[in-house]
Ligand binder design. Structure first.
Ligand SMILES: Cc1cc2nc3c(=O)[nH]c(=O)nc-3n(C[C@H](O)[C@H](O)[C@H](O)COP(=O)(O)OP(=O)(O)OC[C@H]3O[C@@H](n4cnc5c(N)ncnc54)[C@H](O)[C@@H]3O)c2cc1C
Length: 421
């Protein structure tokens, strides 16, 4: 078919791969899909802690190739560094990353989907490289694995987040303000780390202090869930520190906070500020931090051919993959409807937290809530089923190359909400 519309997808981790595959599902051969990412594999980030605690290098099992899935859809992949977006002339500038020294190229689009995620600003935390640990990619995952399994002396462990600077714009839909980008990972790690310490006879929950820049950790879990979770955390013996304001610096013996206090610790496990990529900050369709402004159909109000999904979108608060997943379904349908002239009704994003966390020993927790956004759903479950569902999602994602079927998330909600644990 001649004169097909080109949909250009920037980024190919969770959100980019999923939206590219859903676009093909919705519009088939009526569109030409091109995807650009600097790397040619997916980092399956949510399962890094499980591999670390099992003493596996997460790079061995959690980096998987996606090109065969894009090829089977007839989508094109370019391995390159995206350097600029010219929204007025509908062009993207990038440099191929296969070899150093490549000259800058440009590519035109009819529709653009930004799925570039964020820059995790560890480099802005003084002392992180020398004295900090984290779990947010396979490199850091393997570093923390080596430390835990070879060098850990049984000292105290602190786990928490730096202050997140959420973007603002009068053009954004109303969403609550988060002081941390995503506190599911610190909570999950506190549980699975305590289990690991116990198994290795090196400590238990009392060896760990959780900290947060806000009044309460994981505020987006909503009051109903926190009223169950926080007393449990306290009963198990975890230390808990709130209102740190942010991380001042990390040093050999501990961590200092912006409120002037500090904690002594052998291991400092931290999550940084999630920042937009530097080139994004100057673009005419972003908020005051550089996150892409969209409505709840994931479309930018000033440049209606520009969409954003996943962590790069301003409305993705907290920065969690399950929200990005819902956004991919919406954006792909909106674009396909418009190109194909379909009149199918599409529901706007209904933000909610849907998450499965590991607790060690094959147990996990499941949270499903929209309370923080003013809704009434608030479900917390713990036991073997959430762990099975977390592992099952990874297998489904890898096997289907990100094209989780339409019933995938609703089914896991049904199983999670109604499982007897
Ligand atoms: C430890 C941890 C545990 C987590 N657990 C969960 C969980 O259990 N459930 C859940 O839902 N979420 C979880 N999350 C959050 C989840 O990982 C993110 O929300 C998700 O990865 C966001 O996906 P994304 O595709 O939007 O962005 P990313 O995963 O950041 O992908 C962005 C992509 O864009 C590419 N890119 C960036 N800049 C450029 C550029 N200039 N040029 C070319 N390519 C570029 C990158 O290479 C990357 O492939 C967790 C996060 C962490 C850190």
């Amino acid at each position: 078919m001649k004169n097909k519309k080109r949909v250009l997808v920037l980024g190919c981790n969770f959100a980019g791969l999923t939206v590219a595959r859903y676009l093909h599902r919705e519009a088939g051969d009526h569109i030409k899909i091109t995807v650009i990412d600097r790397k040619n594999y997916i980092n399956f980030i949510p399962n890094i802690p499980i591999e670390v605690f099992n003493n596996n290098n997460p790079a061995d099992t959690l980096e998987f190739q996606f090109q065969k899935f894009l090829k089977s859809d007839g989508s094109e992949f370019i391995q390159g560094e995206v350097e600029n977006i010219d929204a007025t002339n509908k062009k993207v500038y990038y440099s191929p990353t296969e070899r150093k020294g490549a000259a800058q190229e440009q590519i035109a689009y009819d529709y653009l989907v930004v799925a570039l995620g964020c820059r995790l600003a560890y480099d802005k935390i003084e002392g992180f490289a020398e004295f900090g640990h984290t779990f947010s990619d396979t490199f850091y995952g393997n570093e923390v694995r080596n430390y835990l399994h070879n060098d850990y002396k049984g000292g105290h462990i602190v786990i928490g987040s730096d202050r997140f600077i959420q973007g603002q714009s009068p053009k954004l839909p109303k969403i609550p303000i988060a002081l941390a980008a995503c506190e599911g990972p610190p909570v999950e790690l506190a549980f699975s780390m305590a289990d690991w310490l116990k198994k290795h006879k090196k400590g238990d929950a009392k060896s760990i202090t959780l900290f947060t820049p806000g009044d309460v950790i994981a505020e987006d879990a909503g009051k109903g869930i926190l009223d169950q979770l926080l007393p449990m955390v306290s009963k198990m013996g975890y230390g808990y520190k709130t209102n740190t304001v942010g991380i001042e610096r990390i040093y050999k013996e501990g961590i200092a906070f912006k409120d002037g206090t500090s904690l002594e610790a052998e291991m400092k496990i931290v999550f940084p500020n999630w920042e937009p990529h530097p080139f994004m900050k100057e673009l005419p369709f972003v908020d005051d931090q550089g996150f892409v402004i969209t409505d709840l159909f994931m479309r930018n109000p000033d440049f209606p051919e520009i969409f954003a999904v996943g962590d790069a979108a301003a409305v993705t608060i907290p920065k969690i993959g399950s929200l990005g997943h819902m956004e991919c379904e919406i954006a792909s349908k909106v674009i396909a409807n418009e190109i194909l002239g379909k009149e199918e009704q599409i529901a706007p994003l209904h933000p909610m937290l849907l998450c499965y966390g590991d607790m060690g020993s094959h147990k996990g927790f499941y949270m499903h809530t929209d309370e923080w956004w003013g809704g009434k759903t608030s479900i917390l479950k713990m036991g073997y089923t959430p762990y099975i569902l977390k592992m099952g999602f990874k297998t489904m994602y890898q096997t289907l190359g990100g094209k989780v079927p339409g019933w995938g998330l609703p089914l896991s909600e049904i199983v999670g909400d109604h499982s007897i644990i």
